[in-house]
Design a protein around this ligand. Structure first.
Ligand SMILES: Cc1cc2nc3c(=O)[nH]c(=O)nc-3n(C[C@H](O)[C@H](O)[C@H](O)COP(=O)(O)O)c2cc1C
Length: 213
């Protein structure tokens, strides 16, 4: 079975091409594609996902909400790929509600015998602020993946300058006429996060090939 990679953009922003989270995720997937990996990118903004109502049916049976919304399409895509990257904006330092709905709705896959165990997983986070909750979002996504028995894989880049996972910011300090002015721009202009996204695609490709060849 050849390794293939699914990327989920957890931002609710439309149009999708304006999403900063989409940019970093696509950078990672393009980098994996360049290493010969087949990839698929979806944006949750284009799906209708109902919120978990806590009925607990998922402990023994498929979620009853699966009859009513688009979640089964996402479940099927995760099941059919061996690798998964979830990219999330920071909303109050956590994932936005549409992504949290997906995480919650995935519980029946864990309860019915850890169906997603051993998938290769990596998170990506984007915040408006330079220190805006990226690490909390990353931590939340890693815990989700560990709960499903997935294997977490991060970048290996420069030992001083690259983080294990891309963590973007839109804030920067713009020097104008000798004065420091804090401004916001696209995460496309965050060269560190962009480099980390490229490295992540390369690492997922090399690790995935070793695990699934
Ligand atoms: C409801 C809401 C909550 C947010 N909370 C935070 C936050 O806690 N910290 C932060 O730095 N940015 C916060 N932001 C800004 C987003 O993180 C930022 O706009 C996001 O990275 C944009 O990603 P996107 O373009 O892919 O949607 C928030 C934005 C929204 C709409």
């Amino acid at each position: 079975m050849a390794f293939s990679l699914l990327g989920i953009n957890g931002s609710p922003k439309k149009p999708v091409h304006k999403s900063n989270t989409h940019f970093l995720l696509k950078t990672t997937l393009d980098s994996a594609e360049a290493e010969g990996i087949q990839t698929t990118l979806i944006s949750l903004a284009e799906y209708d996902i109902l919120q978990c109502n806590g009925c607990e049916v998922c402990t023994t049976k498929p979620c009853p909400l699966d009859q009513k919304d688009d979640y089964p399409k996402i479940e099927q895509l995760i099941s059919s790929h061996q690798g998964l990257v979830i990219a999330s904006p920071s909303y109050w330092t956590g994932p936005p509600s549409i992504l949290k709905n997906v995480l919650d709705r995935s519980r029946d896959n864990k309860m019915s015998d850890q169906l997603w165990a051993n998938k290769v997983f990596a998170p990506i986070a984007v915040s408006g602020l330079r220190v805006g909750g990226q690490e909390s979002v990353i931590s939340s996504l890693i815990n989700f993946a560990l709960g499903h028995g997935m294997v977490i894989v991060g970048n290996i880049g420069h030992p001083w300058f690259n983080a294990p996972f891309p963590m973007g910011t839109m804030m920067y300090d713009c020097e104008e006429e000798g004065k420091s002015r804090v401004k916001f721009r696209s995460v496309k202009k965050d060269p560190i996060a962009t480099k980390d996204a490229v490295l992540l695609g390369q690492r997922m490709a090399s690790f995935g090939k070793k695990m699934f060849s």
